[in-house]
Design a protein around this ligand. Structure first.
Ligand SMILES: Cc1cc2nc3c(=O)[nH]c(=O)nc-3n(C[C@H](O)[C@H](O)[C@H](O)COP(=O)(O)OP(=O)(O)OC[C@H]3O[C@@H](n4cnc5c(N)ncnc54)[C@H](O)[C@@H]3O)c2cc1C
Length: 470
């Protein structure tokens, strides 16, 4: 029975936590609290301000862009009164690992018969992929992974015409989505498309195609989103992605409690009456509060450490893998920085772990004086992680090879990124086991793992969760 007076604890003030509170409020719930351990909301949507040439500008250390398929993010934007047409345009060029500019998709620059044939093949396979995703893999693009391993789809639609409406159906072909993306492409004779998908996938830190189930790749980069990316029709925000969640947080009845870390959770046994006790750590010390329900938006493998996790929770959450994505914002010697974003395709392979794969030049008018964010991955299934210091030095060297002399590194970080499960665990029904646990001990799981590690999938997962269980 729905009880809008029940007290609900939301752990984490990132996109998942802020949107969960918003959707609860839409359904009439008034008695919730968000706890965020940092002094800001937005989580990995983090947009620091930097003074450049006497003027303050926003930069991105985390999430940067959205697209026409960002339906749930758009609901959060609307709630907060924020738009997405005021951000800087995305612009890009390509380089090889020696720093030389290359033109892999431009027939006018460096034309050749081989390149013409390769590009024709790529175009044909892109067309084929769009067709099979709409037919053979019908239902692939709803948010979340419920039923996929059993050949079903069930969730909110990502389609432009029926966005965020519940859909479901049976399609045994969907089981193929558990395969690593590289095998999925081979199975369907579309290996060439990886040359397009790798840019917004691997260089954005989401892992390598031989290790990541196709389901994650295609749910994030569904064919509409991928085409918007190719054509650079992307959303960015003048004050950064963090501004979306800051604006929405301000409009909530109960804005997030900042600098408040959840350090312990004690729940009554499943099926028994009683309150959930949540221990909070602040600068003033620790205190415990009582709740009826819990929404966890922080990494579930971390939850298993600070909460009274059951054996089945520990077992399931121990299967979660995350990427180690390193980035820093670099300032450059005067007028010696990039003037446009760059993709370094050679560095998007496991052999080049720890090398800069992409750098983001945000403000066109700042030309070579614009601080840029540089990104690298340092882990790959079955390989030794690239050492952190090695990675930072390799990133600096890669920028130097491109001709950019770094002056200072700001906001350097490694993020817990893109939580997912292996192809084998995916095929064994990891997501259906998680679904069966939703609501046990009045605990609900949200956040990146539910669908995918981007803003849209996390906000849509919150919408789906609140819609179905509250
Ligand atoms: C470099 C980078 C680039 C990205 N680019 C894009 C992009 O272009 N487009 C896009 O859509 N997405 C992008 N993303 C991904 C996007 O930012 C994340 O998917 C999204 O922020 C996930 O939201 P979340 O709320 O699930 O998790 P998070 O954003 O990680 O938020 C979780 C929150 O929980 C808090 N927390 C953790 N433990 C506790 C605790 N015990 N108590 C209280 N609080 C706690 C954390 O401090 C954090 O604020 C990018 C991310 C990074 C790092």
């Amino acid at each position: 029975m729905k009880n809008i007076d029940e007290r609900i604890c939301i752990i984490g003030g990132g996109p998942a936590g802020i949107s969960a509170a918003m959707y609860l409020q839409f359904k009439g719930y008034r008695n919730y609290a968000i706890y965020e351990k940092l002094n800001k909301v937005g989580g990995k949507s983090w947009s620091p301000k930097i003074m450049v040439n006497g003027e303050e500008r926003s930069f991105e250390t985390g999430a940067i862009m959205g697209a026409i398929t960002y339906h749930a993010v758009h609901e959060v934007e609307k709630f907060g009164g924020v738009g997405h047409y005021d951000g800087p345009n995305m612009r890009r060029m390509y380089r090889d690992s020696t720093g030389k500019e290359i033109f892999p998709f431009d027939l006018k620059k460096e034309p050749s018969v081989q390149k013409t044939m390769d590009l024709i093949k790529l175009k044909q396979q892109m067309k084929k992929l769009v067709e099979i995703m709409d037919t053979k893999y019908k239902g692939y693009d709803c948010y979340g992974h419920r039923g996929v391993a059993q050949g079903r789809y069930e969730g909110l639609s990502k389609g432009v015409d029926d966005a965020l409406l519940p859909i479901q159906g049976i399609n045994p072909n969907l089981k193929d989505l558990a395969l690593p993306f590289s095998e999925f492409c081979k199975l369907n004779g579309v290996e060439e498309v990886m040359k397009i998908w790798i840019g917004p996938y691997t260089s954005f830190g989401y892992g390598y195609f031989d290790e990541i189930p196709a389901a994650y790749v295609m749910k994030y980069l569904d064919t509409t989103t991928a085409i918007e990316f190719v054509n650079m029709r992307l959303w960015t925000w003048k004050d950064g992605t963090q501004s979306i969640y800051e604006a929405a947080n301000k409009k909530l009845l109960h804005p997030a409690n900042l600098n408040t870390e959840v350090v312990k959770v004690e729940r009554p046994a499943d099926g028994t009456e009683g309150k959930i006790k949540v221990t909070l750590r602040t600068a003033e010390g620790e205190r415990t509060e009582e709740f009826d329900k819990l929404i966890v938006t922080t990494p579930l493998d971390w939850f298993a450490q600070y909460a009274d996790a059951r054996e089945e929770e520990k077992e399931l959450f121990s299967k979660i893998i995350h990427e180690k994505y390193v980035d820093f914002i670099a300032t450059f010697e005067p007028n010696e920085g990039p003037t446009i974003s760059g993709y370094i395709f050679d560095n998007m392979t496991p052999e080049r772990l720890g090398h800069a794969m992409v750098y983001y030049h945000r403000w066109e008018d700042l030309k070579g004086d614009c601080p840029c964010c540089v990104y690298a991955l340092r882990n790959h299934m079955g390989s030794k992680d690239a050492d952190y210091e090695y990675t930072i030095n390799a990133m600096i060297d890669d920028m130097r090879l491109c001709g950019f002399r770094i002056k200072e590194r700001l906001y350097e970080q490694e993020t817990y990124y893109c939580p997912h499960v292996s192809p084998a665990d995916y095929a064994a029904g990891w997501y259906d086991k998680l679904e069966a646990m939703q609501g046990k001990q009045n605990t609900y799981y949200a956040g990146e793992i539910i669908s995918f590690g981007d803003m849209e999938d996390t906000c849509a997962a919150s919408r789906d969760l609140i819609g179905r269980f509250f």
